[in-house]
Design a protein around this ligand. Structure first.
Ligand code: CUA
Length: 410
């Protein structure tokens, strides 16, 4: 009872609530849940009531009752038995009809909305989500690609192809739709729609290794004009600040913030985002006050010299990259980093790039990625056996420049 009424029932109204839904697919799933709860609830009350009545009415009240001979033994009552079977079948049919309707409805975008549906391909990696927009091709590089934040138009059906490159993951946006598994070597799909603009939490829902619990993402639904604006900005190459002249570059520039390591497992999300996450997201789209072109230019150099560029694409600034790492072209405009784990503040960015293993133990940026045939794409870690020699270090003195650069990428 304390759990139920104590205000800890975050799942009723919280960001991952399946009760407080925001789209027709999640609504159809909720309706099935309620039908099932009502039918089974009524059965519970009826059976429990009869049991309680019989227990109280026929209980032994004295020693004569306790030692009484058993009543005459009958062979059952065919009428009662047949009616119970009929009632059970009826209850099952009552649940089955809306369930089957919901399964059909959930399977694919309804025919009348199909023409207008937006197609997205989501690929799961240990441990983050890639989102591609096949209808938005960028010359020479393929579809528009983002990571961990899926931006969609509100009020429009979105058909999502679900893929994975490694193990089984599962795609789940509790308030919009889910959950459907992402299975190796097998195409899967789901569709969803947000009724109105909003900011929704997503989560991998299939155990997929040590960072499964922190394999998160966000879905941001925008009005049609806002979505068009976002699309145009995202398709453009990375925002580039002009590099100052050599004399200016040689000056020492203090960091714009004071970094204090919050320590292993410290939370990276604040009330600022929770109170109005969509407004926080909108704010994140614009360049930040106090941008320092010297720090940004130094960060851009560090992005290459620290070999971040080996895995991450920043379209327009750093080409190449590897297909298994998030595209960072507009990383500064995302509200989250580290696959939805940390809010994208300068302090959190500093913490993430300087101490990735303290934020998300076992992540591939730190551990490296096996490339097959025994070779490794090495990461931050330097292994005891000498096999991993990369040993990337980002000191607290270097990090502010990289942070300034990454945050300039709106
Ligand atoms: Cu991916 Cu759990």
């Amino acid at each position: 009872m304390p759990l139920f009424f104590g205000g800890w029932l975050n799942w009723l109204t919280g960001p991952q609530s399946t009760i407080d839904v925001a789209g027709p697919v999640a609504k159809s799933q909720l309706d099935v849940f309620y039908v099932t709860v009502w039918v089974t609830g009524i059965i519970f009350v009826l059976v429990g009531g009869v049991l309680a009545y019989a227990t109280l009415k026929y209980k032994a009240r004295n020693s004569a009752d306790e030692n009484a001979p058993p009543p005459p033994q009958g062979h059952g009552n065919p009428l009662i038995e047949l009616s119970l079977i009929a009632a059970s079948v009826l209850a099952l049919v009552f649940i089955a009809v809306p369930t089957l309707k919901a399964i059909w409805y959930n399977y694919d975008v309804p025919a009348d909305e199909k023409q207008n549906a937006l197609e997205i391909t989501s690929t799961a990696y240990q441990w983050w989500f890639k989102f591609e927009y096949p209808s938005e091709q960028i010359d020479g590089t393929g579809p528009l690609t983002t990571a961990n934040e899926l931006v969609i138009p509100a009020g429009r059906a979105v058909s999502i192809n679900l893929r994975t490159t490694d193990v089984i993951h599962s795609f789940w946006v509790p308030k919009l739709a889910g959950k459907v598994d992402m299975i190796p070597n097998r195409g899967n799909h789901l569709w969803l729609k947000a009724d109105a603009p909003g900011y929704f939490w997503g989560q991998c829902a299939e155990y997929c290794g040590e960072d499964h619990a922190v394999m998160r993402f966000r879905v941001i639904a925008l009005s049609a004009p806002d979505y068009a604006t976002w699309l145009a900005k995202q398709k453009a190459p990375a925002r580039s600040l002009e590099t100052p002249d050599a004399a200016t570059m040689s000056q020492a520039v203090p960091a714009a913030y004071a970094f204090k390591n919050p320590g292993r497992n410290a939370p990276g999300w604040t009330d600022k985002f929770d109170s109005d996450p969509l407004a926080a997201w909108v704010k994140q789209q614009s360049p930040e006050a106090g941008e320092n072109p010297v720090l940004v230019a130094k960060g851009r150099e560090l992005f290459t010299s620290k070999t971040c560029v080996t895995c991450h694409v920043i379209r327009g600034n750093h080409g190449g990259g590897a297909p298994f790492a998030p595209d960072l072209t507009h990383i500064g405009s995302r509200t989250t980093i580290a696959a939805g784990l940390l809010e994208n503040s300068v302090e959190n960015m500093h913490r993430w790039i300087s101490r990735p293993n303290e934020v998300k133990p076992g992540n591939k940026m730190y551990m490296g990625v096996p490339m097959g045939g025994g070779s490794m794409m090495t990461g931050y870690m330097k292994s005891e056996d000498g096999r991993l020699t990369h040993n990337i270090t980002v000191s607290d003195d270097e990090a502010p420049a990289l942070v300034a650069y990454l945050h300039s990428l709106k």
